[in-house]
Design a protein around this ligand. Structure first.
Ligand code: 3AM
Length: 192
């Protein structure tokens, strides 16, 4: 068991709140942000800052500082091809109050990558991993109670060539995300 409560124990190192994500390159990130401008303007809620846009693969939760090396070695052991995501739709989840964009077409490579990471983490004893099914999405805004009419998104192509282990720190003004390590996808080029 590698997880503890996310508190600082006296004299100890605080746990980290971690997740794996596809982290877009600057160009893709800006393109997602620009493409969502009208939908963000028509919705209420709080837009996710461009620098925070990402696609979560697996939310791990609190990890003891001394277990981070194990998480990194698990990430490094996963083999996946690079792949192409076609972001072409909006979605809105009423319960978490989230407006997002994603792909209408299932991307098997992304789903396999998420499943492999999850499985290896579980095998290593990280057993409090978020169990929600993987729905590839990029959260665009939170605390959204109403959206405008949501047509198609983009479409916009995201060539995913790497994934990242990201640390999340929740502050008064939102979450700050710091990629701790990135892992290249695919030696054989992009797969669709
Ligand atoms: O990638 P999205 O925006 O869908 O909501 C958090 C964000 O999701 C989610 O993990 C992503 C990176 O922070 N998240 C935060 N806490 C979570 C938890 N306890 C969580 N997902 C599942 N369980």
């Amino acid at each position: 068991m590698h997880q503890q409560s996310p508190k600082t124990t006296q004299g100890g190192t605080p746990d980290l709140r971690l997740f794996f994500a596809l982290w877009p390159e600057a160009g893709t990130r800006q393109a997602i942000y620009k493409a969502s401008r009208d939908a963000l303007a028509a919705a209420d809620g709080k837009a996710v800052p461009a620098e925070n846009l990402h696609m979560t693969l697996v939310f791990i939760g609190a990890v003891a500082a001394e277990a981070v090396a194990l998480v990194k070695s698990i990430a490094a052991s996963v083999q996946s091809e690079a792949f192409r995501l076609e972001l072409d739709r909006y979605g809105y989840w009423k319960e978490p109050q989230v407006l997002w964009c994603g792909a209408s077409r299932i991307c098997a490579a992304a789903a396999t990558l998420a499943a492999e990471l999850r499985e290896r983490l579980m095998d290593a004893g990280f057993n409090r991993i978020d169990s929600k099914p993987f729905i590839p999405h990029v959260t665009l805004a939170r605390k959204v109670h109403r959206t405008g009419a949501l047509g198609g998104f983009g479409p916009l192509t995201w060539e995913a060539k790497e994934f990242a282990l990201v640390s999340s720190v929740t502050g008064d003004t939102g979450s700050a995300y710091t990629p701790l390590a990135t892992y290249a996808l695919g030696a054989g080029g992009i797969v669709k």
